[in-house]
Design a protein around this ligand. Sequence first.
Ligand SMILES: [Zn+2]
Length: 114
Amino acid sequence: MGQVERALGLSHGGNSAEMEGDTRRSARRNAVAVASDRLLIDRRPGAFRTLSHGALLAFRCPCGCGRLRSIRLSDPSPWRWNGDRGKPTLTQGMRLPCGWRGTLRIGVFEEYTA
Ligand SMILES: [Zn+2]
């Protein structure tokens, strides 16, 4: 587990003990964004790469459903990213077909709490 994950109390596919003991908030399905050039076989939630000369950001769904998602990064899409493969950030939040809603911010897909 990396430094960012430890700092956030994250573990893929499970809740932290801290969150399980607190019924007032639901566990967020967060995932660390990891640059990956083998996205078709990389099953890690949050694995990502750009395609089509940077016009698309493709990623493995952070919710853990295993689907590949993509966000268009060129007009007419409102989304842009900071170009940082280590700590990617998107300018807009997103809602994915499986119901996951959140942001990609400083290298972490963060699910909204409500
Ligand atoms: Zn999903």
